[in-house]
Design a protein around this ligand. Sequence first.
Ligand code: PEP
Ligand code: MG
Length: 578
Amino acid sequence: MSNKKSGHGVSPGIAIGHAWRIEHDLTEIFEVSIAQDQIEDEVSRFRRAVRMARQQLRDIRNNIPDSTRADVTDFIDTHLLMLEDSMLTSAPVELIRDSQCNAEWALKSQRDALAAVFDQMDDPYLRTRKDDVDHVVKRIMQNLLKQETLGANDVNPQLKGAIILAYDLTPAETILLQHQGIAGFVTETGGPLSHTAILARNLEIPAVVGLAISRSIHEGDMLILDGDNGLLIQADNQETLDTYHRKQRDIEHRRTILDGLKNTPSITLDGIPVHLYANIERREDVRIARRYNADGIGLYRTEFLFMNRQDIPDEQEQYQEYSAVIKSLQGLPLTIRTLDIGADKCADFLVSSPRKQINPALGLRAVRLCLKYTDLFSIQLRAILRASAKGPVRLMVPMLSNESEILQMLQLIENIKAELRANHIEFDESLAIGGMIEIPAAALTATSFARHLDFLSIGTNDLIQYTLAIDRLDDEVTYLYDPAHPAVLRLIQMTISAGKSNDIPVSMCGEMAGDLKYTRLLLGMGLTDFSVSPSALLKIKEVINQTSIEKLDPVIRNILSSDSSSEIQQHLDTLNKA
Ligand code: PEP
Ligand code: MG
């Protein structure tokens, strides 16, 4: 039996290598009082440690190879910026002077104060930014304590092929370790949203975090790290090793095949080009979308900018955020979805609303809320319109259910455009305005939608929820979730046909679009614009490139004319095996 421990797998892949421990070496910090006449020397010692930290990070930054530069420099830049922030540079100096204490103690006290602020944040993403403070503090502290750190130009042959065991790793350490050719890493702290975890995924280093590392592992022991399943295994028998070597080869083989698709166009065997866009929630996600060569962003869920905060982002903040996304897309098209708040995506500013909704998924959410609070909506529309001057943008409105809502929304946009023109503020005059089809009523009247709008996008997550009357948040009814239910397929078909007969594009941005099981079915139904989570992009492209739409036709007809879910499943199997 091999000894196995589990944590969170945050970066997939299998690593097999020898154990190498990086001790958590920030020894206990104690307060030492400093004599009055030595205070300024202590301040200089602290400032020197900060300067050294800056220089070390710049060296690391300059040594990042071009192949990974775009992906990883941001992480180092974030820390360099923090090294300019008075919270970490001036506040400890004040503490040294006011409390007459040593630099280490001042830095630790300031770190604890900042950590307490982060701990109170609701947003798990922001909460994990506490790691960034810790990582910057760690580097300054190591300089104060004169601890040895791996430098940008150091080479340690023992690290090659090693599985690193550490209490915590900073992004900078992770980059340096990758240069040394490590096979993978395990840390005791951290979660899937930490920068180190994100970096591990970007650098494709298998990694597990949040795992209590056993003291019985000695340096040099043979280990297996399973990043998909979050496992660390002490490889003490040949059988286990052989099994994981096999898995490793299979994964490598798959990855090479998928990587090879990054630069190939997505086109069916019978020559139909298919657009593959990515869904994003935050500006940071653009990087991953670009990495998989997405054709653009088919769904940018702007509500995430409104969540986990007390205030509402003003026009300027929104404008800057949207402009930043446009800039990082470097000319690729961006579909910005207007605020889809309410139901499962709650914002603090809504909590104060006096009336509790009985059935929030059917209540005042998304465009309904925006049309009630037009001030809120207008601010966002102005921000999007202004940002549209910066690059190719489309504006998409969620949860439309009838013509009246479409007309109100279009009128509001026209009013804002007139205002912008009057004030000589630039925007894209030909900005495409589209609507999501995610309510059965919208699909059933999609022709009317298509007459008023420039494009449609099918939101299957909600469309399935409303068609099958299954609350998407309720686990008890998940078993009823069926994208291939005949009723759902008919609504999708109606929407695609409405787009075709009105000559406007129709895309799909719900999870169904990224589920390989339905790729051929959707292609056969005439869908040529998919917007999926970035990690699904290449797998979907692989299926597209192996499909001849013409040949699917008879099976598709059988599927669309069937009322039996089990029959549809059988046809789907035939379709996917062909
Ligand atoms: C959908 O409903 O399919 C969709 C893409 O929107 P969201 O998941 O954000 O509701
Ligand atoms: Mg939706």
